[in-house]
Each structure stands twice: as C-alpha cells, then as structure tokens.
Design a protein around this ligand. Structure first.
Ligand code: IPE
Ligand code: IPE
Ligand code: MG
Length: 253
C-alpha cells in the first residue's frame, strides 16, 4: 500500500465492495463531449479502482457495468458500451493473470453479442484458478431478474423432486442467485449523487453499508476510495442488534 493510506486498517476492510459506476454521461456533457467519451474515461477509473482494491486485499469487487434497463438506451451508445467492454477485457486479461484476479460475471450474459460473450467466457475460464481478488462484473444485470430467475430454478427443482418446499431457507434461496458462493457486499458505493439503487443486488444489500458520493465515475479514483474506506471503518454495523451486543461480538459472519 502507498504512503497516502496511513490510517486504513487492513484488518477491518470490507470483504466485498459493490459499485454503481454512474455519471459517465454527465462527465462528458460537462466537457461538451459525446457520452461515449465519458464511458471511455470511466474505463480508466475501473482500471484504477480494480488495482487499488487488489492491492489492499479486497476479496470481491462487484462493478455494475450494464443494467437490464440500459438496453433501452440509444443503439449507438449500447454498441459503444459493448465494444468498450470487449476492449477492456482484452487489454486487462494479462494483468488479471499477473495479479491472480479471478473474473466472474452476473446477469443475462447471453444477451450480449457473441464476440463479447466469447471474450468474457475465455477470460473467466483462463482466470478460474486464480486465488486473488474476484472481479465480478454485473452485465445485463437486474436484481429483479435475478430474483425471478432464482424463483424459476427453485420451482423447477421442486417439480423435479430435487428440492422440498420445506427446505427453502434464505440460505438455500441465496444459492440460486447469480451471486451464489460470494459473500454479501459489505459496502455499496454509488457515484454521481443519485440516491437510488437502480435494480442492483436487491437481495444481497439487506445489511450493506451505503455510500453515495457526488463525484462522477470518470473522476472517481484511488484517493476517494481510500477516504470512503476510512469512513466505512468508523461505522458500527449492528445487524438489528444493540450497540452493546455488537461490541461483545463484533462480526456477524
Ligand atoms: C454509467 O454512467 C454507465 C452506465 C450506466 C453504463 P451513465 O451513462 O449512466 O451516466 P449519466 O448518469 O448519464 O451521467
Ligand atoms: C445504473 O446507472 C446502472 C449502471 C451503473 C450500470 P443508470 O444510470 O442506468 O441508473 P438510473 O437510470 O439513473 O437509475
Ligand atoms: Mg446514469
């Protein structure tokens, strides 16, 4: 870690950080640029934030890159986002291998163009044995879609006799979600000031700490993430209990 991170305690970092990377369009508009330029600059923030998270030892970083609702955007913008994603994956593959990053993806991946799906699947496969940070990309992701998809899979298992209705607990339900096997996010960051969730990880954020910053995503870099982590470390997560109970047994998991 750098000398600019003196008061960050490495023993109480979030295991899982989830980010709603918002504000690329506004960043471009402020500069009278095309929205696509904003997305391109946003990819630089992704590079920077992935690096910092890996360096400080975050276990999982989930980035909201494309929502189920984002398909409704103008076609040229959607296409530009697809090719940016493909370019990003290709350019980062070597660094992911070098740094032991394991790539994963949640969402309706099959809705993406074949060439993007191929690059994505190839890199997921290439990095599957890596033991370092999991970089989890939310692509054509919607929390409601995820929950409905899980409900359908559960119904199919019940119908086929593989699962009894009485066996359906919160834990079992979680295992049918795209995020199966991942810890729930400890910290959710949204850039560009909007106070909403926009269909992101609806089930998983039940007890996640939330931080909304006004910074637009292309301007969001290392220093601000470190400041947010310092703030996170000052919070008391109570999970419905009293402060006194938490002081006795500080961690839920
Ligand atoms: C986030 O930036 C990127 C995606 C949703 C793909 P936006 O494109 O939403 O930027 P704003 O909100 O218009 O500024
Ligand atoms: C959320 O941002 C989705 C992503 C960051 C991928 P949006 O820009 O799509 O959200 P809304 O439309 O402002 O709620
Ligand atoms: Mg937006």
């Amino acid at each position: 870690m750098n000398s600019d991170t003196p008061s960050l305690r490495l023993d109480s970092l979030p295991r899982h950080i989830a980010i709603i990377m918002d504000g690329n369009g506004r960043w471009a508009k402020k500069r009278s640029l095309n929205r696509i330029k904003g997305h391109r600059e946003g990819a630089e923030s992704v590079r920077d934030i992935v690096r910092v998270c890996r360096e400080i030892g975050i276990e999982v970083l989930t980035l909201y890159a494309f929502s189920t609702e984002n398909w409704q955007r103008p076609r040229p913008e959607v296409s530009a986002l697809m090719s940016l994603l493909k370019g990003f994956l290709r350019s980062e593959a070597a660094e992911m291998m070098e740094n032991g990053i394991r790539l994963s993806a949640i969402g309706q991946i099959e809705r993406f163009p074949g060439d993007v799906v191929k690059v994505l699947r190839d890199i997921i496969d290439m990095t599957r044995k890596n033991q370092g940070m999991i970089l989890n990309l939310a692509l054509s992701y919607g929390g409601r879609d995820e929950i409905v998809t899980a409900a359908c899979k559960i119904a199919a298992d019940v119908r086929a006799g593989r699962l009894q209705i009485e066996e359906i607990t919160e834990e079992v339900f979680s295992n049918y979600l795209y995020t199966q096997g991942l810890p729930e996010p400890d910290l959710l960051i949204r850039t560009s000031g909007e106070m909403r969730i926009s269909n992101f990880l609806l089930w998983q954020i039940a007890y996640t700490e939330i931080c909304v910053t006004h910074t637009l995503w292309p301007d969001f870099r290392r220093e601000e993430l470190i400041r947010i982590l310092q703030d996170y470390q000052k919070r008391e997560r109570r999970f419905g209990m009293t402060g006194a109970q938490i002081k006795k047994a500080p961690r839920r998991q």
